[in-house]
Design a protein around this ligand. Structure first.
Ligand code: NAD
Length: 250
């Protein structure tokens, strides 16, 4: 079982929601983490300082737009070296956005760049960095329930998340070639400030008793799945589903 204690991790979309909950759990377990997000530097550094109070590991903040390939490389590959003298051996490609299907081509493409392209590039960069350092590591990508099942309300978002699942479970050979396991997490409705709030509003508008509004997940519950996938070194190219409301589809 790879130790989280003393390891170096990089997490995107770490300023709120699921990413922040994963960051908290990893720091509490003694990891040194780079929290990467779009949030401004001052607020981000303050979040990182709060996490350092947890006592076990440490956190630094790095403002980055994951859709900018050069910036992503600097954040994911160079920043952990600068901050902790080691490449990130735990990489969580979690940043994601959602837009309506009628948002127009430019916005849909921007969503694909965040949800799909940045996840693929982040995985590939992590694998190269870990192999070059002669280490072993794990990448966890955030997909969605909408990456395993139909999500008729947001078809383009569903497409971006099916891509994350398809990509992640196709990375199985990286364990042998790079020493890197790639897995993904597929959460159902989770109470978070942006994506979760978007879906809650959308479903409430359709039906105040919409089944997906019942039994919503907390970010902390979802974060436990990341920890399980990180700690169990037998798990490779797995899509871990956390879907309490799955019966809604029957
Ligand atoms: P969220 O939407 O509140 O947080 C997302 C974070 O990603 C924000 O801090 C945001 O600033 C950051 N981000 C967005 N674009 C970025 C970019 N280009 N570069 C860097 N950072 C960027 O909360 P969330 O719901 O925790 O979303 C996290 C992930 O979980 C997303 O991939 C989302 O699609 C996925 N997801 C969410 C739910 C849900 O119900 N909340 C369900 C399934 C999957």
């Amino acid at each position: 079982m790879p130790a989280i204690q003393g390891s170096t991790a990089w997490i995107s979309g770490a300023a709120q929601g699921i990413g922040l909950a994963v960051a908290r759990e990893l720091v509490a377990k003694g990891a040194n983490i780079v929290m990467a997000d779009l949030l401004d530097e001052t607020k981000g550094q303050s979040l990182a300082a709060d996490l350092c109070q947890l006592g076990a590991g440490t956190a630094v903040y790095d403002r980055v737009d994951v859709t900018d390939t050069a910036s992503l490389h600097r954040s994911l590959v160079e920043r952990p070296q600068e901050a902790f003298g080691c490449c990130a051996t735990i990489v969580v490609n979690n940043a994601g956005i959602v837009v309506n299907d009628d948002a127009g081509d430019a916005k849909i493409k921007s969503m694909m760049d965040v949800n799909m392209m940045a996840v693929m590039k982040g995985t590939q960069m992590a694998a190269e960095a870990i192999r070059s350092a002669g280490k072993k590591g794990v990448v966890i990508n955030t997909a969605s329930m909408g990456g395993l099942l139909p999500l008729p309300e947001t078809q383009a978002y569903a497409a971006s998340k099916w891509a994350v699942v398809g990509f992640s479970i196709s990375c199985r050979p990286l364990k042998k070639s790079h020493g890197v396991r790639v897995n993904c997490v597929c959460p159902a409705m989770t109470q978070t400030p942006a994506v979760g709030t978007f879906f809650a509003k959308k479903f409430k508008e359709q039906d105040a008793n919409h089944p997906l509004l019942k039994d919503q997940l907390l970010p902390e519950e979802v974060a436990d799945a990341y920890v399980a996938l990180i700690e169990n070194d037998k798990l490779n190219s797995q899509a871990a589903a956390i879907m309490p409301q799955v019966s809604y589809l029957h």
